[in-house]
Design a protein around this ligand. Structure first.
Ligand code: ADP
Ligand code: MG
Length: 758
């Protein structure tokens, strides 16, 4: 069998439904199937025959359930669930006391593995309060095989379990892989990871790893196979990023020589003293911009840590300094008027930056432009030198092209083809995670002069993830908040304290302050319209067993039915009717039109709306200084880092700010976890906590960062990430186009959607 063989020809017995299912999963060739990994393994070596169970055993049995029902106990009236499980050797009664819902989570006829205590009663033995794991049909056709002595060894420690989808079963996968391995499809498979790297880090070869991941002899083998594939993924991402960095640095850039005096002069004009972190970042950035190749730096800092001031300083130095480099193409010696492009993800943010920049630059003879979808502005206006004026797009583009507007702030509109700069020397990208790498490349000019690049983000992510996804950028961190900033008073509110909390909030509203209410959903639960999350998937948004490939490596855990979750629309109505009838309440969510959203935001900014009910995804970084209170509903569903980001919305004020984290959970563990919000230093610390407490699966994976769940397993492991980065950097430095490693190169190309190896 060959890896490139089509599944439909190699498996002629496939029926229409199976073929459809394979196509739906994107599995066409033998190779595709080999790289479709089990989601977990189930240990069946512990399974006992039902006929041999003795009272007092804690036993695991495997079989089909029937006669499921719920009822109230005869005397005590406690709710209980009942049923029966049968294997070929016999059957036994099951009783769940107090957990009647368990009997509702499985159906008659389901195949399950149950672990519980064998208990004697007057009417015989039963299995008390067993935990259950739903199982696909076993690969073995007869139950007998399961119990034949000596065979377990050959079968391995456990069975791989593949995600089932309509039309195709886990069992089918098991047998298909079996056939592929038997027919020696792997014989000619070459490894794309260089041998010395595998040896150095004790990783199995591709061939071995494939066998181990599908048919592990023991849990260690399975783990080491997964480790290899996790490493491989991070390594490939790193190679792509390092290559990108290497390429970008090949461009020329305007060399911006600054002097200390001037920087200090500019900084003095701020109405505040920069923090140590801000000073340090400014210094690093200015050093970067003096070099002959372009800077690629990411400035990470919590909301409110003052990234704009850092970017403004770099912008000032850029437009104020005559570059000294002389090796630019002939005809490009007119160094005056270097330019800055400042890109923000939304019109609101772009407009806010425009206004901040006017404050920072109003004493200087510097024109500032604003370009967004809805129009253009220029500062200063001819009539009013301290204000701005609307100008036409054509006029603005003309002034940008001839260099008369040195600082241009805007949305995506900035990178449209029609926007031509004369001497673009610095590009600032705010909230950079909202832009792709491809958009950044558009900024490089034809004559290979690339702007220095300053990306900024407030998204708190663990260091390992940052090193991976931002592998092409140098990192600067704003770790501290400006001095004198009032701490947000954060309280974890359990259901019994709801009323008292609303009373406290009313006092603030009476003083004229405004309130955000964040709800996990847009509409009511029966409409099932959960909002896609910014960073973390809400807890329970996927139920047990339907995790994506690689997510549920360990046996599926029980997940209770998601609690009733508050929705923006219903909660706004309820608050108006029951709690805050005297206040204006507005709503904001992603299903509203862009225009409607801006209207609501505007009314909130102007104070016409007192209370804004919104989902977690809308508008980060918007500045409404009078909004000093935030309620977060259903907090147990969010990651700590995300809660921290949400709370950041009320940080921008001189008034005392409050964050009320409403948790419905009764579990102390949840409340303990949420308490970290009161103690952690910054968002990064919370992101690290999320990673350790809730695992990499909670970080969003594929959708958010372009990393599979398997790859995310590597993110838990700082050593692995550092090694991958180190080796990738070494390889790219030695051989930027990976000419000596053609297999690896094609793997990287295949994995990275927008890979730019030529
Ligand atoms: P972010 O990092 O979220 O973009 P901003 O740059 O918008 O934060 O800054 C938030 C607020 O803090 C602004 O009002 C800004 O003027 C103020 N600020 C920035 N740096 C300092 C500082 N060192 N001391 C006091 N206030 C500061
Ligand atoms: Mg900002």
């Amino acid at each position: 069998m060959q890896l490139s063989d089509k599944l439909e020809t190699k498996f002629p017995k496939l029926d229409e439904n199976q073929k459809k299912a394979l196509r739906r999963l994107g599995l066409f060739s033998v190779a595709d199937l080999l790289f479709h990994f089990p989601v977990r393994y189930s240990d069946i070596s512990v399974v006992m025959k039902i006929s041999e169970l003795m009272p007092g055993d804690t036993a695991t049995v495997y079989g089909k359930v029937s006669k499921l029902k719920t009822k109230k106990a005869f005397r005590s009236k406690i709710p209980m669930g009942e049923g029966e499980i049968a294997d070929l050797s016999g059957k036994i009664k099951i009783i769940w006391f107090n957990q009647a819902y368990l009997a509702r989570m499985i159906k008659n006829g389901d195949t399950v593995k149950l672990t519980g205590k064998v208990t004697a009663s007057k009417s015989g033995i039963y299995l008390a309060n067993p935990e259950f794991e739903k199982m696909p049909d076993m690969p073995i056709d007869s139950h007998d095989t399961l119990f034949k002595k000596g065979e377990e060894k050959e079968l391995g420690f456990s069975y791989p379990i593949y995600a089932e989808t309509r039309g195709i079963t886990s069992k089918w996968f098991y047998h298909a892989i079996e056939k592929i391995l038997k027919e020696r499809a792997l014989d000619n498979l070459e490894d794309h990871i260089p041998e010395d790297i595998l040896k150095k880090y004790h990783l199995p070869t591709l061939k071995t790893a494939l066998v181990w991941i599908h048919k592990p002899k023991n849990i260690k083998d399975a783990e080491s196979a997964r480790k290899r594939f996790a490493f491989e993924e991070v390594f490939c991402i790193q190679l792509e990023r390092q290559h990108d960095k290497h390429e970008y640095k090949k461009n020329k850039s305007f060399q911006i020589k600054t002097n200390k005096g001037e920087t200090e002069e500019f900084l003095k004009r701020f109405p505040f003293k920069p923090t140590k972190s801000q000073e340090k970042s400014i210094k690093t950035i200015l050093e970067d911009m003096e070099k002959t190749f372009p800077m690629s730096r990411l400035l990470e800092g919590d909301v409110g840590s003052g990234k704009t001031a850092v970017a403004a300083t770099a912008s000032y130095m850029t437009v104020n300094t005559r570059p000294t480099r002389t090796d630019l193409p002939a005809g490009r010696q007119d160094f005056g008027n270097l330019q800055v492009a400042y890109m923000a993800p939304t019109e609101i943010l772009a407009t806010q930056h425009f206004e901040s920049f006017i404050q920072y630059f109003k004493h200087l003879p510097i024109n500032i432009g604003l370009i967004t979808g809805s129009g253009c502005r220029k500062f200063p206006s001819k009539i009013n030198p301290s204000g701005w004026t609307n100008i036409s797009r054509t006029q603005l583009l003309k002034w940008v092209a001839n260099g008369e507007i040195p600082i241009l702030i805007g949305t995506h509109a900035l990178i449209q083809k029609s926007v031509k700069f004369k001497n673009l020397a610095l590009c600032v990208i705010d909230e950079q995670h909202r832009f792709g790498t491809a958009q950044r490349r558009k900024l490089v000019r034809k004559d290979n002069i690339a702007p220095h690049l300053l990306s900024m983000t407030a998204t708190p992510i663990p260091r390992t993830l940052a090193l991976t996804i931002y592998g092409d950028l140098d990192l600067s961190l704003l770790e501290e908040m400006p001095e004198g900033r009032k701490q947000i008073i954060t309280e974890i509110i359990t259901p019994n304290k709801r009323g008292a909390t609303y009373e406290k909030i009313k006092e603030e509203l009476q003083k004229g302050r405004q309130l955000y209410v964040i709800c996990p959903r847009i509409f009511e639960a029966d409409e099932q319209q959960a909002e896609p999350n910014e960073i973390f998937y809400p807890r329970g948004s996927r139920s047990a067993g339907e995790g994506r490939s690689g997510k549920k490596f360990n046996s599926a855990k029980l997940v209770k039915n998601p609690l009733e979750v508050k929705s923006v629309t219903a909660e706004a109505k309820r608050l108006k009717k029951e709690i805050f009838p005297e206040y204006e309440i507005g709503i904001l969510h992603s299903k509203m039109s862009k225009q409607k959203k801006e209207e609501v935001m505007q009314e909130f900014t102007e104070g016409k709306i007192n209370i804004l009910c919104a989902t977690s995804v809308v508008e980060v970084g918007v500045n409404v200084p009078n909004a000093t209170i935030i309620i977060i509903e259903g907090a147990e569903r969010f990651g700590l880092a995300q809660l921290h980001q949400l709370r950041g919305r009320v940080i921008r004020s001189t008034h005392q700010a409050y964050c009320y984290v409403f948790a419905d959970a009764k579990s102390d563990k949840t409340v303990e976890r949420l308490k970290a919000l009161k103690t952690a230093k910054n968002g990064f610390e919370l992101a690290e906590l999320d990673l350790t407490l809730r695992g990499a699966g909670e970080l969003g994976g594929t959708k958010q960062w372009g990393i599979t769940d398997l790859g995310m397993e590597a993110i838990k492991n700082i050593k692995m990430v550092e090694v991958a980065r180190l080796e990738a950097t070494r390889l790219i430095n030695e051989d930027p186009e990976l000419t000596k490693y053609p297999l690896l190169k094609s793997k990287v190309k295949e994995k990275a959607g927008e890979f730019h190896f030529e």
